[in-house]
Ligand binder design. Sequence first.
Ligand code: ZN
Ligand code: ZN
Length: 172
Amino acid sequence: MFLELESVFNTPGLSLPFDYALEGFGGLLPFAASPRVAGQVKNRAGIVTLEGGASIVLDVRCDRCAESFEYRARVPLAHTLVLSRNREDSDELILLEDTRFSPDTLAWEDIVLSLPPKMLCRPDCAGLCRRCGANLNEGPCQCRPEGGPSFHTNESSGFAGGPGWAALQELL
Ligand SMILES: [Zn+2]
Ligand SMILES: [Zn+2]
């Protein structure tokens, strides 16, 4: 999708809205549907900004429990567009080659940068039991008998400060 921005660049106060489905990146992320990209390009006293958001839905699997779920997010878009720039200008500025401009790549990069390092079905996902593979979100598995964890705790504390440690000190 291309925007014709010549009049926006030439006219302070003018804005051009956009609202479209981002196509062409479907094979790169497991989109449930094409991302919706919407916003406006606006000239504020000569500064041209692109503002808006991309709504995404991904069909993914939880990195902890492997359950399928839909990851939904609205990725904010906020960039300043320029047709030329000086050496001292910030790298944040988006240099356009032409006033005919497609926000596709910009939106795509913002989407990719917004993704979390791990996909979790919920922030407190309990994951799978490492021994039996049970999904611990559905309740405790049978691997931990009653009193099991406390037995381990007693054993290790006995090692650290109990008779074993005292016996070792007598040898020194
Ligand atoms: Zn999960
Ligand atoms: Zn288990």
